[in-house]
Ligand binder design. Structure first.
Ligand code: FES
Length: 76
């Protein structure tokens, strides 16, 4: 599925606008519940410690606090 994000739209917002369910809890980048795998592209992630370094290096991002910078491909 392809979606063009509005400025400032998070990956979570984008998923919801496409009818894709991503589980969430804090929605502030703390708990890690909304963790999803990013296959390509770049995001700006304003997290508060919800991912550890190993998860980040494996390509995971937090949907609730990540905004795409260009085209992003997710495994959702
Ligand atoms: S919902 Fe808690 S980090 Fe995204």
């Amino acid at each position: 599925m392809e979606h063009r994000c509005a400025p400032g739209e998070t990956l979570l917002d984008a998923a919801r606008n496409c009818g894709i369910y991503i589980p969430t809890a804090c929605q502030q980048g703390v708990c890690g519940t909304c963790r999803i795998a990013k296959l390509s592209g770049e995001v700006t992630m304003d997290d508060l410690g919800g991912l550890n370094a190993k998860e980040k290096s494996a390509g995971y991002v937090l949907a609730c606090c990540s905004r795409p910078r260009g085209t992003v491909l997710l495994d959702a």
